[in-house]
Design a protein around this ligand. Structure first.
Ligand code: SF4
Ligand code: SF4
Length: 273
């Protein structure tokens, strides 16, 4: 099915330059038909997609590029126009007669192997234009060996906003990391490998936030358990120590009355003893 733009479009224009088929046009602007003619805009109010030119990015990307950059998730499949991968590739070939697509052409129909990989699930990735914040220790990978295990645990959990989110560029498949604070809807990011731009959409953000929050919650809960265990151990230790000290005192007090103990006052037994 071709991709369509719904009336939730905020006319930000982020999608238009991303389309490999120049299938996206601004509302009210005539579009170039495949036969070279100019035709009337399909929408006067919002950006629109020309169905005859949309290949759902088959032949170019593993996911729909417009959907990947749309900050409000309004580039969606048209349920009334289902199309096969074969038909979409044929269209791509028609639009780009000089391009050889080969057997391993990118296609959303073949994507999905990276399920669970937030950066490659079609809501693609990028790095912020400014240099990324200094990397922090990746949670879960820190060495938990220190004088104070509790402090070491705390140090191994980076501040949530600083946590480096691993992302995969949907264009070049390049991998990189971006602090969580930048992976928010509306932030314009750039892939450091191919320079392509994208704006994290709500789906990508929520998907990452869900996973990261779950991870943090589980670590916080583990840490709380460890603290509780340590407190119980310390209480037990303190009780045993106090009891031991009391026993020690009793023991030592008993020694004070022992005549045989070296240093105990001796009775004077006279010159001949
Ligand atoms: S799905 Fe791909 S080909 Fe279709 S309009 Fe969006 S960017 Fe263009
Ligand atoms: S990226 Fe989304 S909101 Fe922006 S113009 Fe395209 S369809 Fe509209």
């Amino acid at each position: 099915m071709a991709t369509i733009i719904t009336d939730e479009c905020i006319n930000c224009g982020a999608c238009e330059p991303e389309c490999p088929n120049t299938a996206i046009y601004q509302g009210g602007v005539e579009f170039d038909a495949l036969d070279g003619s100019k035709l009337a805009a399909l929408s006067d109010d919002f950006f629109y997609i020309v169905p005859e030119k949309c290949t759902e990015c088959v032949g170019f990307y593993d996911a729909e590029a417009c959907a990947a950059v749309c900050p409000v998730d309004c580039c969606v499949p048209d349920p009334n126009l289902p199309e096969t991968e074969e038909a979409l590739l044929a269209r791509a070939q028609q639009i780009h007669p000089d391009k050889a697509f080969g057997d391993d052409f990118p296609s959303r129909f073949r994507a999905g192997a990276g399920e669970g990989d937030a950066g490659s699930d079609g809501a693609a990735a990028g790095a912020p234009t400014p240099a990324a914040a200094a990397p922090v220790a990746a949670a879960g990978a820190a060495t938990v060996v220190a004088m104070n295990p509790e402090d070491a645990l705390l140090a191994s959990i980076p501040v949530l906003d600083d946590w480096e989110v691993p992302l995969t560029c949907f264009r070049c498949r390049g991998q990189f990391e971006v602090p969580f604070q930048f992976v928010k809807p509306g932030t314009v990011l750039h892939c450091p490998h191919c320079g392509g731009s994208f704006v994290p959409n709500t789906t990508l953000y929520q998907s990452i936030a869900r996973r990261v929050t779950r991870f943090y919650d589980s670590w916080a809960s583990e840490l709380a358990k460890i603290r509780k265990r340590r407190e119980a151990e310390m209480d037990r230790f303190e009780g045993q120590l106090r009891a031991g000290l009391d026993d020690l005192k009793e023991d030592v007090r008993g020694l004070g009355g022992d005549d045989e103990l070296a240093g105990a006052p001796q009775r004077d037994r006279g010159f001949f003893g």
